[in-house]
Design a protein. Structure first.
Ligand SMILES: Nc1ncnc2c1ncn2[C@@H]1O[C@H](COP(=O)(O)OP(=O)(O)O)[C@@H](O)[C@H]1O
Ligand SMILES: Nc1ncnc2c1ncn2[C@@H]1O[C@H](COP(=O)(O)OP(=O)(O)O)[C@@H](O)[C@H]1O
Ligand SMILES: [Mg+2]
Ligand SMILES: [Mg+2]
Ligand SMILES: [Mg+2]
Ligand SMILES: [Mg+2]
Lengths: 210, 333, 333, 210
């Protein structure tokens, strides 16, 4: 099975930035329903700042790339998503280190490290109606697929499906973390904005890492 | 969207630039990263107070920087928590060697970003304590959720802790005082209209001409319940009842009554609400000994009000009365 | 109409009752007839300052009663001049034996009713002078019309003359000073939205989503011209240009820059306007040495702003800086 | 020709209060266009307060009746109209004195005295787009009619027509007095609110004094 290069990871980030740009009004709209109407704007501001560092980032090793993404998100996004996605990439970078390519199995570990960072920072569990509801099943599906010998393409496609399922599962939930939790029962019936942007993260991966 | 702005991207930067120009005797505005500090910062041998949060709540927090209140404020994008580097730089800029208190409103983003900033500052050897304000009775308090939001009590905590820091108290003491203020303050708000976030361009929610939102937050996030519009007296009662029951406030208590405008509600109406709140408290035997009425923790141009009641004792009263010299709040010599 | 009121009939009475309850240390509210006086009125051997006008402009005037500013304020119905008996009773209540200055905004109703009150007071042997403020450059100044409206400069005149009275100046001197402030102050305002007068129940005028009203008064009366909405910087220039040309303000002048909210415009936006106004003045060599930014002379919940520029000299600056202790404006010892 | 009794003058005031009550929204609407949207509310507040003093006023002589109306308007209306209509009735009362009935000729003098008070207070002339544009021609028409021996009914009817003509004449005018003058050219094209309430004053007279 072929490895994933630093250039592909950079393409992933670029692709994600493009998805965010396209979906930013939708993400903000989701956040207006159960949050404070800024998730799209937050993510867009962050990833536009990442793109502005293209010259530095596209020639970096994978650890440096992820660290660059992390620091940029942390210093430009603010809000819950800035801290959380920032932490995700920061932890991912420590796992990727100075490598310039990752095996699909390495990538699973990198994703798991990132997820662990988010959970440590945000203390959300499955069912709290957060990005974790999409992120955790997606990573699990990806790893199981890779571990059972399926192709990277298959694994990423399963990750996307799992993320989408996870996102769908957030709809009926009553939020227990983040701003949406202030709504109590009224948060039910809406998809979680962060879980929605997480689906885009995996969709971007499927579109750029193979 | 009808706003006096040039562009949604520049509104925060241009606004704090204006703030700095208007009050250059009291504050200094640093940009990139954005933070506002006292003109005389760092004040040697004084605990420094740093707060911050999304913009759109003016005068909070930038307008509360100055002698007797905050040493620094970090304005985020509109309704978005500031970033750790803003808080970290501000913390360094105002640290006078006696440690820094972060006063954080309880929103996931604010809490996490302030935690990251505190980690960075501690790594540089700065003594940092953080106190999270969570006084909004509209939200159910629970260990299993993000908990209550931080609203009106934040303003009172910044004033009172600012006075304590000015008087020479140590970091641990000021932090304990901040917890005490938080423990004794309760708030609840309501909206008549939605606000419009500049970069969104349309109202965050739609509220029919004959309805209001009760238990609203300060970010246009939906409240506890939506109901038919009522009279000012009825609304005041709806806001005050859960506040009184929650602490609970009881006969004999002395309190500070803070009636806040969400931004679009003018003083004429605010004093109608104040009048009724004062009457309800007085009738329950609670004595209003201090008051604050005006737009102090706002939600852009949202019309509506929030009521905060803080139980006072001699210590809090004395610190409340102490001189304060900031763009948004000033009294005393 | 969405307002925090109980009924249009009671809004003024309930609001001033709330004001009195919130600031019982500073002011006393008298009802029927309605007026607000300093808690320590009458102050012996001090010229007393009385102002008043329609309600709906809060904090003006009731919020400006207190040490270093007004001795009394007479609130009329919303946007309606108070009546002579209010002014007459207030004048008697605050007369400390050194005479009373009536500060009157130039509106036909206000002027005529204050004239009637002054006649009544003089008939009782009270020395009364009246100064009419007419600083609004949006209106053509002419001997053959009602002349210019009194707007933002009124706030500055009340503060400055209040300090002069406090310092012991005689009635003639304080009146002359008031004329001087009026002669050196110029204002212009604009609206993004209409206000709604409570007893009318619907907006005074309709303004399409993409239009604004330039040269608006403080009663929702139409302005000079209606135009397409522009950026904050362009709007600030449109307001400031006629102000600068009118006095005219010129390079080397020192000024107080007052950027006012019409009520519904929040501070975030107001400081964007302030920033540009400060920049324009600075570029023309005019030095901004004092500032006031906030909702001080409002028009109910109208969104919009007005800019006032007052040419300062040492006397005016010193009086501006003097302590003031009122619900709406306070600083100094 | 028959005289006008104090009771009839009281009926006039009551009738006027009723007209104002009925037209208050219209008057306010006119004031919204070129003023500050309160003329109807102002006049209504004042005349309701006058009605509340019915017991005192209906047994007074004419001077006392007009003085009672004047003082009530002065202390409850505020605004330009409070001062002006208040002055009108105050001056009228000095002319009526302790009489309990007036000849139609006396009434002309009473009206003229009232008008003089308004002019002294407000300094408006014909063509300034104020109540004077209706009041002055109405009084002139009334007096000319009485002087030429016509009946009170005819005189009042001519006064109404003249007031209406005067009101109509205010429409194209650019206001030079009162709030409307701030509008400059933009005040043209609207009838003056005070001239409109003045028409009602004469209409009430025609309906109650004969
Ligand atoms: N404690 C948490 N753990 C994990 N994710 C969270 C947590 N709190 C919030 N989130 C995610 O953050 C998203 C909101 O992000 P955003 O709107 O950008 O920030 P903010 O809530 O500060 O405005 C939510 O939809 C949710 O997915
Ligand atoms: N100087 C004046 N002389 C005569 N009438 C005047 C004068 N100024 C205003 N008016 C009349 O007063 C009317 C407005 O009354 P009103 O709306 O009750 O008072 P305000 O203008 O104080 O709000 C105008 O329509 C006009 O007829
Ligand atoms: Mg959000
Ligand atoms: Mg946010
Ligand atoms: Mg009026
Ligand atoms: Mg009017």
């Amino acid at each position: 099975m072929s490895n994933i290069s630093a250039a592909q990871f950079f393409a992933w980030i670029e692709r994600y930035a493009a998805h965010i740009a396209e979906q930013k009004d939708y993400l903000t709209q989701l956040d207006a329903a159960i949050g404070d109407a800024d998730h799209g704007a937050n993510m867009h501001r962050g990833f536009q700042a990442v793109l502005a560092k293209k010259d530095d980032l596209q020639n970096s090793d994978i650890g440096a790339l992820f660290k660059g993404v992390a620091m940029t998100l942390i210093s430009t996004v603010g809000g819950a998503s800035g801290a959380l996605y920032g932490t995700f990439f920061l932890q991912a970078s420590t796992m990727a280190g100075t490598k310039t390519e990752l095996t699909p199995g390495d990538f699973a570990s990198v994703l798991e490290k990132g997820l662990a960072g988010i959970v440590l920072r945000g203390k959300a569990a499955i069912g709290d109606k957060t990005m974790v509801d999409a992120l955790q099943p997606a990573i699990k599906a990806y790893k199981r697929s890779i571990d059972s010998g399926e192709s990277l393409e298959q694994a990423l496609s399963k990750a996307v499906s799992a993320a989408e399922e996870g996102l769908k599962s957030t709809v009926p939930l009553v939020a227990r973390k983040g701003r949406a939790s202030y709504l109590g029962e009224r948060s039910a019936g809406h998809p979680d904005p962060g879980a929605t942007s997480t689906v885009l993260l995996f969709r971007s991966a499927a579109e750029s890492l193979t | 969207m009808k706003k006096l702005i040039n562009s949604p991207e520049n509104v925060v930067l241009e606004s704090i630039t204006g703030l700095g120009a208007a009050f250059s005797d009291l504050i200094k505005v640093h940009t990139n990263p954005n933070y506002i500090i006292r003109a005389d910062a760092p004040v040697k041998n004084k605990v420094a107070l740093v707060s911050g949060g999304g913009s759109g709540h003016e005068p909070m927090h930038g307008g509360f920087v100055g002698r007797g209140m905050l040493d620094a404020a970090c304005p985020g994008a509109v309704f978005t928590s500031p970033t750790p580097d803003q808080m970290f730089e501000a913390t360094k800029a105002v640290n006078g060697g006696k440690g820094v208190l972060h006063i954080v409103k309880n929103y996931t983003g604010d809490v996490m970003n302030f935690e990251m900033a505190a980690d960075l500052a501690r790594a540089e050897g700065i003594d940092v304590e953080a106190v999270v304000i969570d006084d909004d009775v509209a939200v159910k308090d629970s260990l299993y959720t993000a908990g209550r939001r931080g609203v009106g009590t934040t303003v009172l905590a910044e004033k009172i802790c600012g006075a304590a820091a000015e008087s020479g108290q140590a970091l641990k003491e000021v932090a304990a005082l901040c917890h005490k203020v938080n423990a004794n303050g309760r708030s609840m708000g309501m909206a008549l209209t939605s606000c419009t976030v500049p970069h969104v361009g349309k109202p965050t929610f739609e509220l029919p001409e004959d309805e209001m939102e009760i238990g609203i937050g300060i970010h246009g996030e939906p409240g506890r319940t939506r109901m038919k519009l009522k009279s000012a007296d009825e609304i005041t009662e709806i806001l005050l009842t859960p506040i009184i029951e929650d602490l609970p406030f009881k006969a004999g208590d002395e309190v500070l009554l803070f009636v806040n405008s969400m931004g679009g509600t003018p003083l004429l109406e605010l004093f109608v609400v104040y009048r009724k709140a004062h009457e309800i408290l007085t009738k329950s035997g609670v004595k209003v000994t201090r008051s604050l009425v005006g737009p102090y923790i706002t939600s852009l141009e949202m019309a509506g009000t929030s009521v905060t009641v803080l139980k006072l004792d001699d210590e809090l009263t004395k610190l409340w009365d102490a001189p304060v010299l900031t763009p948004g709040l000033r009294w005393g010599g």
